[in-house]
Design a protein around this ligand. Structure first.
Ligand code: PMP
Length: 318
């Protein structure tokens, strides 16, 4: 925990999973000071437990904390909390290639406050759970997306670039409605012009045409995904041209292939995109596109230490 008075963090401790004691007037519950991260620990081919770019998550949490006027946890403290959680739960890390231990570092304005203002104190908790694939059908089963035309996920100058809790509740109605109609998830458009793709509820999006891959640029309205950043580098190293430029929904409907990226979804091929009642199917039903498949194999191979890691992204748990 951290007291806002001096900004100093005190060391934490391991506790069995259970309820968090909180005041009803806890800042996070009333005014939304809450940012989180999503990470995965995996058992690698070298028979050890590894994390993927954990420092990037530490940095993103600190940036989000700054945007929400919260005490940012120091990188070392964040990494120690994550590693200790993994070590204490190593029995729950699935066998190699069979899933992972999902880790959820959560920073809360836990101290009580009645009037609007930042919390007097902060708590960082890390909890975890064993997970398999995010979308049903398995990791490389293509997903069906629908472009949302009524609600936006974020606006220029807003919070879209942070992983704050408040970004997720406003879009639940949208996501639930789409799932009811048989879609896997929703793609959001930019709030200014309703023309350009932003991202999916919990992942970033990439559009392929020939050897060129495009993904929406980071302008503060989408989450700077750790997987997004990694896929950009990985694709470039494999000879693709990757451009971070606005991608219109019309361009996406004409693409050769679309895929999404995220810690939870890894690289998920998109089987169809529906926009204003028009459905575009990509490739053969049920088959991942070749670029998504190649990048999935490369990324998971590297994350599971089956392939060499020239980037230095894979970290054995301390
Ligand atoms: N966008 C949103 C809105 C997300 O919640 C996530 C998941 N953290 C992502 C993109 C992908 O980010 P990452 O690759 O860091 O998991």
């Amino acid at each position: 925990s951290c007291s806002a008075a001096d900004g100093k963090w005190s060391a934490g401790e391991l506790q069995p999973y259970g309820p968090l004691p909180m005041y009803p007037s806890a800042q996070a519950l009333n005014y939304g000071q809450a940012v989180f991260e999503g990470m995965k620990a995996q058992r690698s081919a070298k028979d050890r437990i590894v994390l993927f770019r954990p420092e990037a998550n530490a940095e993103r949490m600190a940036e989000g904390a700054a945007r929400l006027s919260m005490c940012p946890p120091p990188k070392e403290l964040f990494l120690e909390a994550v590693c200790k959680t993994v070590e204490a739960n190593s029995d729950f890390v699935p066998p190699q290639g069979k899933g992972s231990l999902y880790l959820r570092p959560l920073l809360l304005g836990s101290g009580p406050i009645l009037g609007l203002g930042p919390a007097p104190s902060y708590t960082l908790v890390v909890y975890c759970a064993s997970v398999g694939s995010y979308f049903k059908g398995g990791q490389l089963t293509p997903i069906d997306l629908i472009v949302e035309t009524r609600f936006h996920r974020s606006a220029p100058g807003g919070m879209g670039g942070t992983k704050c809790a408040g970004n997720y509740s406003p879009v639940l109605v949208t996501q639930l409605a789409a799932k009811k109609e048989g879609y896997s998830d929703v793609v959001y458009l930019d709030a200014k012009t309703d023309t350009y793709l932003e991202e999916v509820s919990s992942c970033n999006i990439f559009v392929v045409k020939g050897k060129t891959i495009r993904t929406p640029p980071l302008q503060g309205t989408i989450l700077p995904g750790v997987t997004r950043r990694s896929i950009i580098e990985l694709a470039r190293s494999r000879g693709y041209t990757v451009e971070e430029v606005p991608v219109s929904v019309d361009e996406a409907m004409q693409a050769d292939e679309i895929f999404t990226t995220g810690t939870a979804v890894v690289v998920s091929p998109v089987g169809s995109l529906t926009y204003q009642g028009e459905r575009r199917q990509f490739g053969e039903p049920g088959q991942p596109g070749p670029v998504a498949l190649e990048l999935y194999d490369q990324l998971t191979g590297l994350q599971q230490e089956k392939l060499a890691d020239p980037f230095g992204w894979v970290h054995p748990v301390c």
